[in-house]
Ligand binder design. Structure first.
Ligand SMILES: NC(=O)c1ccc[n+]([C@@H]2O[C@H](COP(=O)([O-])OP(=O)(O)OC[C@H]3O[C@@H](n4cnc5c(N)ncnc54)[C@H](O)[C@@H]3O)[C@@H](O)[C@H]2O)c1
Ligand SMILES: O=c1ccn([C@@H]2O[C@H](COP(=O)(O)OP(=O)(O)O[C@H]3O[C@H](CO)[C@H](O)[C@H](O)[C@H]3O)[C@@H](O)[C@H]2O)c(=O)[nH]1
Length: 315
């Protein structure tokens, strides 16, 4: 996101407590504050110093299985983090925010593909915390005229195509990086969590969206708010569902590697299937994902993993 905004000659300020982020991923010439958004005093200091007009709120804990084991962490970092951020924004009269929401707010959705109007009934604490954050922004709009866009991402994957920016988590839990670490020989095999879901081949189905397409949507959402539109919510996915097994097979084709895989037990908190209907984002924001095939998404991630087997190397 920072990379794209800079390429458009926008001024950017980054706040991150580096809980899972990397200092090296932010260019040295971008103002960077190592601040926890729950620290209102420190965050207020950033807003005092910088001339902030709009906020893009990515900061969160975002691992579904971790949220099942440690729900309070999610309500603290995510829900309370949002309250702190909004208080500081309102105090500084900053009233436009684009927010990273998630398909996890829908839970085991009763319709597929999922529309923005599909009932949000999360089945894990992570999804609930993100739904609470949306609802809190809704009340802040009514009370303080704060305008917000929730971008409900489906499963994000891929890397900058030149391989210079990619995923690097302290403990990797996401499917695509785990598959590619297995392809690189960093892991012996991948365990596919559960083959008895209510899906065509029994494996969980997800809608994988490229990170470059995702950041495009954020720029469109910032423009949408700058033009004075009302608060809104948008699903971001490609409308193509792939099962875990199909993802492993697609990665074998995309990389030419063997990628040993076995079936293991279900992982708690996983819905059967999450596929997006992104018509609203296409019609209102003019968003059009450029990467429709998971092969292409996986290939860009593969370039990153091959060239950065140790990630950002800052640990
Ligand atoms: N990756 C996905 O598939 C996906 C899907 C839907 C939504 N999202 C959302 O997108 C956002 C980014 O996800 P990601 O996959 O890049 O995760 P990530 O863990 O790589 O990024 C989160 C960033 O927020 C920072 N952070 C966390 N808590 C903070 C706090 N209290 N104060 C300041 N900084 C804090 C971390 O250090 C990290 O840099 C998250 O809000 C996540 O919920 C991700
Ligand atoms: O080693 C693994 C890792 C994952 N999976 C499976 O692969 C699928 C995708 O799992 P991820 O952990 O990559 O992603 P999640 O669907 O759990 O969650 C991701 O997408 C969500 C939206 O759909 C959230 O927003 C969340 O932040 C983001 O991590 C799931 O069915 C999971 O069970 C495996 O089978 N084996």
């Amino acid at each position: 996101m920072v990379d794209l905004l800079l390429s458009q000659n926008k001024d950017v300020v980054v706040v991150d407590n580096l809980a899972t982020g990397h200092r090296q991923s932010v260019p040295a010439n971008v103002p960077f504050y190592e601040v926890d958004i729950r620290d209102k005093q420190a965050l207020s200091g950033v807003f005092d110093r910088e001339n902030i007009e709009q906020v893009v709120h990515f900061a969160a804990s975002s691992i579904v299985p971790e949220s099942m084991e440690n729900p309070l962490k999610y309500f603290d970092n995510n829900t309370a983090g949002m309250i702190s951020l909004l208080e500081v924004m309102i105090k500084h009269n900053v009233k436009q925010i684009v927010f990273s929401s998630t398909a996890a707010t829908y839970g085991d959705a009763k319709e597929s593909p999922i529309k923005e109007t599909t009932p949000q009934l999360p089945i894990n604490p992570y999804g609930l915390s993100k739904l609470q954050m949306e609802q809190i922004m809704g009340w802040a709009d009514q009370a303080y005229d704060l305008k917000w866009v929730a971008l409900r991402y489906f499963n994000v994957a891929g890397a900058k195509p030149d391989g210079s920016i990619g995923e690097d988590h302290p403990t990797e839990t996401h499917l695509v990086p785990i598959i590619l670490q297995t392809a690189l020989g960093e892991r012996d095999e991948i365990t596919m969590f559960g083959d008895d879901y209510n899906t065509p081949d029994g494996f969980n189905v997800r809608d994988y969206v490229h990170v470059m397409d995702l950041v495009d949507a954020h720029v469109l959402a910032l423009d949408y708010l700058a033009q004075g539109h009302d608060s809104n919510q948008f699903n971001l996915g490609t409308a193509n569902g792939y099962s875990v097994k199909q993802m492993v097979e697609a990665a074998r084709e995309a990389t030419g590697m063997e990628i040993p895989a076995k079936v293991g037990p279900r992982r708690p908190g996983d819905p059967d299937s999450l596929i997006a209907d992104s018509t609203r984002a296409r019609e209102i924001l003019g968003w059009a994902p450029k990467y429709e095939s998971v092969q292409e998404i996986i290939k860009t991630a593969w370039t990153w993993h091959q060239t950065h087997p140790e990630g950002y190397q800052d640990r």
